[in-house]
Design a protein around this ligand. Structure first.
Ligand code: SF4
Length: 348
């Protein structure tokens, strides 16, 4: 039965319902078939290319209190930092010198960085000839437009869970509909938009996970980042169980079937729960790696979750190690800017 569902996802994704997606997620026997189908589709539409994005985590201040997050505003233990625009731009230059043409600027939701400050950083990095992804949380709609006009190319804002009641529990004072409205506005402004979710959250069942996949499909997300939930000791969820490697990989593979041409990272969180996590993700549908270029000592302080890999590496080590990882997994490092390769009729 689940084999039929895989066939249906590939041929008629619009007709697939959440119960069918959940059935695939709960069926252990289908896993090898699902992974090989996802890799087949990825190779058919994207070849062996793996796109690189250098990430700079420029501030760990956050005004929000997401229950799962190690840098939530209510965590008084974490040591906070902010990078200056000059520091950020000089890190972008290091990324470019490593042959990586895309930079991801990530932070907590930190209003210290005004519209104009972010605009100035975007303009200066665009002048280097780089592609820019902003990942700085929910901001005013006029700001999205302003930064787009200055040259920002992509906006990454994971939805974390598309289950409305779970979303409300995990994000005090916030609602899934708000997050959805922001993502739709970013799409409307022609950003390449990244959504994505966490796997293994307390109270999350396979139907909730199926909602995540169907949401990213309906959004036509250009990027989808999926990682396991890893409980952080300084958060209210510290005693919860974390997400599993296999379930997270199944989410990656199913996403590839629904969105054959989307960019799907092999997330650092996957590499943090298993030494082979990112390689395995590349082998079941993922096609993006995001080496970390946050400078020390800040890198270790951007602790969204514990035991994050690569926090002790030096400037260039992550780029080199990531390239090796890609080659060892049987794929090729792409030196392109890594835009989504639009496929006119992906499922035919
Ligand atoms: S997940 Fe993002 S928005 Fe939520 S507390 Fe952490 S940094 Fe802030």
């Amino acid at each position: 039965m689940c084999e039929d569902i895989l066939t249906k996802i590939i041929s008629h994704p619009d007709a697939v319902n959440q119960e069918e997606v959940a059935a695939v997620l709960s069926d252990e026997e289908i896993t090898p078939k699902l992974f090989s189908k996802a890799d087949e589709i990825r190779r058919k539409y994207l070849g062996k290319d793996v796109y690189f994005r250098g990430i700079i985590e420029f501030s760990n201040y956050c005004r929000n209190n997401c229950l799962y997050c190690g840098i939530r505003g209510g965590n008084s233990v974490v040591q906070r930092y902010r990078m200056t625009p000059d520091e950020i731009v000089s890190r972008a230059e290091i990324i470019l010198n490593e042959g990586i043409k895309t930079v991801v600027l990530q932070s907590g939701e930190d209003p210290f960085y005004t519209t104009d400050m972010i605009g100035e950083i975007v303009s200066r990095i665009k002048n280097l000839g780089m592609t820019i992804t902003l990942s700085i949380g929910e901001r005013d709609f006029y700001e999205y437009r302003y930064w787009k006009d200055l040259g920002a190319d992509r906006y990454l804002m994971r939805h974390e869970t598309a289950d409305e009641s779970l979303y409300a529990q995990l994000h005090p004072g916030d609602h899934f509909e708000t997050r959805k409205a922001h993502l739709l506005e970013l799409k409307r402004l022609w950003y390449e938009v990244g959504a994505g979710s966490m796997v293994g959250l307390p109270g999350q069942d396979d139907i909730a996970l199926a909602k995540d996949i169907l949401f990213t499909y309906q959004l036509d997300a250009d990027m989808v980042g999926i990682g396991p939930f890893i409980p952080h000791p300084d958060t209210p969820l510290k005693d919860s169980a974390g997400g599993s490697l296999e379930k997270t990989l199944k989410m990656v593979a199913l996403t590839r079937l629904f969105l054959p041409d989307a960019n799907i990272p092999a997330t650092t969180a996957l590499g943090s729960i298993s030494p082979q996590g990112r390689q395995m993700a590349l082998q079941c549908g993922a096609n993006v790696i995001m080496p970390n270029f946050t400078p020390s000592p800040y890198r270790a302080q951007y602790a969204l979750y514990p035991n994050k890999i690569c926090i002790m590496e030096n400037d260039k080590a992550c780029g080199k190690c990531s390239k090796l990882l890609v080659q060892n997994a049987g794929y090729e490092v792409s030196e392109s800017h890594g835009y989504r390769r639009r496929i006119a009729k992906a499922h035919e």
